[in-house]
Design a protein around this ligand. Structure first.
Ligand SMILES: Cc1cc2nc3c(=O)[nH]c(=O)nc-3n(C[C@H](O)[C@H](O)[C@H](O)COP(=O)(O)OP(=O)(O)OC[C@H]3O[C@@H](n4cnc5c(N)ncnc54)[C@H](O)[C@@H]3O)c2cc1C
Length: 289
């Protein structure tokens, strides 16, 4: 077994110097919730870089234009940031529902993306919002990638997550279904970003996790809402589209019957949450019948 050496750089310049000086494999650790607690242990050799002490890697900037979130920002900080919640409530909500308090205090957005679990809670929101990642490669150079083009395990450091202002829509929501409240890995999670005015949907973007190895955009469900009036007929079409999305994503899987049923309840909660309505309103109850 090879030896692992550990480095804890204090700033980006030190990290880049480590990249330049290291020939063997490099692995990162941030909050360690996936790597240590969930026991996805680091490789048996090479350099393990602790990201938690790098100055300026944990930040949220949401004042205007693009939203920027440092790669080592904790999930708890994302859940608690009022400015971020005002502009993209779905991301704050996804963060608030991620694991327990202890997990949220350690877990980072970069780790959530790089660990790439099919049910990772931040990913559907990031995908629906068209997130881009500023990554630093082993050559020390920065490059920007669409979140969909990021492949874990290729040695890129996720330095920051960029949510382009042009991709943010005024209404958003995130809901998940897990085996237990507060400490549950999602069995299904779904995020929606939408325009909505005078009872009428404009542009709609929806992504779901745990329907495949990575989050999926749900185009049938988007089309069912986009440009339509909010009424029970629209919601019924939306629910049919959601079940069709499940059938297309996981045909023949053991979980198909369960998820095609579960996604309809989640879908109604999602629309109600995004628009600040109660899912008990008649409109939603009629659609569910
Ligand atoms: C009990 C428990 C409950 C959980 N509940 C949830 C939940 O409800 N929802 C959910 O989504 N997740 C959940 N998780 C998973 C986990 O907490 C998240 O995925 C977390 O965001 C990972 O972040 P981290 O900083 O702890 O990653 P680490 O464990 O430090 O690293 C995970 C992986 O990401 C890589 N990495 C870390 N940071 C970077 C970076 N900046 N750039 C490139 N690579 C990087 C590491 O090399 C490693 O491969 C849970 C985990 C546990 C143990």
């Amino acid at each position: 077994m090879g030896e692992v050496s550990v480095a804890a750089p204090a700033h980006m310049a030190e990290l880049r110097a480590l990249f330049a000086a290291t020939e063997g494999p490099i692995t990162f650790i941030a909050g360690g919730t996936d790597m240590l607690i969930a026991r996805r242990l680091p490789p048996a050799g090479g350099l393990l870089i602790d990201l938690s002490r790098i100055a300026g890697m944990g930040f949220i900037s949401s004042d205007g234009g693009d939203i920027r979130v440092g790669g080592a920002t904790t999930v708890a900080a994302i859940a608690a940031d009022d400015g971020l919640r005002a502009r993209l409530p779905a991301l704050a909500e996804a963060a608030a529902q991620c694991g327990s308090v202890q997990i949220r205090n350690r877990a980072t957005v970069g780790g959530n993306i790089a660990n790439a679990a099919p049910a990772a809670d931040l990913l559907p929101v990031l995908v629906a919002a068209g997130a881009r990642l500023e990554c630093i490669g082993r050559d020390g150079a920065s490059r920007e990638l669409a979140i969909y083009d990021y492949t874990p395990g290729h040695g890129y450091l996720i330095a920051q997550v960029i949510l382009p202002g042009s991709g943010l829509l005024p209404y958003s929501a995130f809901v998940k279904l897990g085996p237990r409240q507060d400490l549950s890995i999602s069995r299904l999670n779904i995020a929606l970003l939408a325009e909505f005015r005078d009872g009428h949907f404009g542009c709609v973007r929806i992504a779901a996790g745990a329907l495949g190895p990575r989050p999926l955009r749900l185009p049938l469900a988007e089309v069912a809402l986009a440009g339509k009036d909010l009424c029970s007929a629209t919601l019924r079409d939306f629910l049919s589209a959601l079940t069709a999305e499940v059938d297309a994503a996981i045909p023949g899987r053991n979980s198909q019957a369960y998820k095609r049923h579960a996604i309809t309840g989640l879908g109604l909660d999602l629309v109600a949450q995004a628009l600040g309505l109660s899912p008990r309103e008649r409109l939603f109850e009629d659609a569910a019948r």
